[in-house]
Ligand binder design. Structure first.
Ligand SMILES: Nc1ncnc2c1ncn2[C@@H]1O[C@H](COP(=O)(O)OP(=O)(O)OP(=O)(O)O)[C@@H](O)[C@H]1O
Ligand SMILES: [Mg+2]
Length: 249
């Protein structure tokens, strides 16, 4: 498989002195379903923010789909979609209008923006919410809207930062069906972070583990289980706990 995301020696320090990324080397292949795992505060969201140009890096290099995101902002914005961890939608606008506006922002005609909106309302089961103001949605429905907004322009790479937090079990099952379909049928590269390791185990194939701003593993999930637990019939959750325990000894 071709490389999609290539990161070398990437560092990021916040202005208060926190070194969130300490020299990240990471590869994600095109079309892969990849998950970045690690404890709270390890640097997952910071890495996503740097990759999606919401934050500037300090040193190092990275490219996505051969694009240098820092030099080709418009190109990268068309190439990627991001559903960030924060529920920052505080809009008085209706759900359906937000999706239509987003489509137009990405250059779709009104007709195309409307038909794409219908597809996404259908996919993320937002029809009961379509005429509600986005700021009034429940937490789980906001997460669904976030994901729908990230997909309006059919990105090649989709970044999902803890997407299923607050989703009810039915919404969660539907969500993974939609994302797997995207990955398998449209070959969208998925870059997921989650604390629900059963979801990562079930859906992703490749993973990296970040601890305190350093990548400690990058490979397949079954490879991780084999390396850590000498078996790939163990759950990712148990293997992860084993790794963390042995690491902190
Ligand atoms: N705006 C900020 N200013 C200063 N430090 C920050 C800022 N945002 C994050 N940090 C710090 O950077 C480190 C990495 O945070 P980050 O949010 O990337 O972790 P994370 O792996 O996404 O954690 P979580 O699983 O809780 O979402 C942490 O020590 C955090 O406190
Ligand atoms: Mg985070």
């Amino acid at each position: 498989m071709e490389a999609e995301i290539v990161i070398s020696n990437l560092t990021k320090r916040y202005s208060n002195g926190t070194e969130a990324l300490k020299g990240i080397d990471l590869d994600v292949k095109r079309g892969e379903f990849f998950t970045l795992l690690g404890p709270n505060g390890a640097g997952k969201s910071t890495l996503i923010k740097v990759l999606t140009t919401l934050l500037d890096k300090d040193t190092g290099r990275f490219s996505i789909g051969g694009i240098n995101p820092e030099q080709e902002k418009t190109k990268i914005q068309n190439y990627i979609g991001v559903a960030s961890q924060e529920n920052e939608i505080d809009s008085g606008e209706k759900v359906e209008n937000l999706l239509i506006f987003q489509g137009k922002l990405f250059g779709l005609s009104t007709v195309d923006a409307k038909s794409r909106t219908e597809e996404l309302i259908d996919a993320f089961q937002l029809s009961e919410q379509r005429s509600k103001k986005a700021g009034t949605l429940s937490g789980g429905n906001k997460r669904r809207l976030h994901c729908a907004l990230a997909l309006v322009h059919r990105p090649q790479v989709l970044f999902l930062d803890e997407p299923t937090v607050g989703m009810d079990p039915l919404a969660r099952a539907n969500f993974w069906r939609v994302i797997n379909q995207l990955n398998q049928k449209e070959h969208t590269t998925i870059f997921l972070t989650t604390q629900y390791l059963d979801e990562a185990d079930k859906n992703a194939k490749a993973m990296a583990l970040i601890l305190d701003g350093n990548i400690e593993y990058n490979g397949t999930i079954s490879g991780f289980k084999n390396v850590v637990s000498k078996s790939d019939s163990i759950s990712l959750n148990d293997s992860y706990l084993e790794f963390i325990k042995s690491f902190s000894k």
